[in-house]
Design a protein around this ligand. Structure first.
Ligand code: PRP
Length: 213
């Protein structure tokens, strides 16, 4: 039995679709369920449904053998897991955004973000001094109510920025979902994990990706 940590929320349906495409026979109601642990005995799989930011934690601690995690999560927190495959789903990017015509050259502007490590590394590399304010969501609110001059957040369709009157200022890094593996599981359940990697790699859409990341 392989335990697979899946990210709840917007990545979930794309990840399930990819597994189905790879030939896994999964229950039709998987996406509607409120259950957090779902066994699929015919495929010898157990799914655990975690918050996207927590997937790598479950895999690192070995309570999940493998998982699907965004590159954003992998960059934010260094984890002792193998990143085996770029699944090329849930494509988006991390960007710096703010109000249009805002003074971006303030001394130590405040930057609100769910990604304090990525943001501080980015601004340090740019030689800019900023004050990071950690939020857990709805980050686009921060410039609107004067909590921060800028934000670092995920942009997918760009709709959230647009509807809140914000503009993208700098693009930081492209993000896709990755297949990650616990190092001990990789040794002990090598055959089952390799089979999953093999099946997934056959159905990954390669178009428009670089294989370098
Ligand atoms: C993410 C992200 C942006 C939004 C971007 O938030 O943090 O707010 O999606 O998507 P868009 O470019 O298609 O509008 P999410 O919906 O995951 O919720 P959160 O704000 O609670 O983190």
């Amino acid at each position: 039995m392989l335990t697979v940590a899946m990210p709840k929320g917007r990545i979930f349906s794309e990840a399930i679709a990819l597994l189905k495409k790879a030939g896994y026979d999964l229950p039709a109601d998987l996406e509607d369920s409120r259950k957090l642990m779902i066994d699929v005995p015919d495929e010898q799989l157990r799914f655990i449904l975690a918050k996207p930011m927590d997937v790598a934690t479950y895999v690192e601690h070995g309570v999940a053998d493998v998982g699907i995690a965004g590159k954003d999560v992998m960059l934010e927190e260094e984890r002792d897991v193998y990143e085996i495959l770029d699944l090329n789903i849930s494509k988006c990017y991390l960007a710096v955004a703010g109000l249009p015509n805002s003074q971006v050259h303030d001394v130590a502007p405040r930057v609100a973000t769910k990604y304090p490590n990525i943001a501080s590394t980015y601004f340090r590399e740019q030689g800019e001094q900023v004050e990071i304010i950690k939020l857990n969501g709805s980050v686009e609110l921060a410039p609107l109510i004067g909590l921060a001059e800028r934000i670092v957040d995920i942009v997918s369709t760009g709709r959230t920025l647009k509807e809140n009157g914000l503009v993208e200022l700098e693009r930081i890094v492209e993000v896709t979902s990755r297949f990650i593996v616990n190092p001990v599981s990789y040794r002990l359940k090598n055959k089952a994990i390799d089979e999953m990697v093999e099946r997934l790699s056959h159905v990954i859409e390669r178009k428009g990706t670089s294989d370098e990341n």
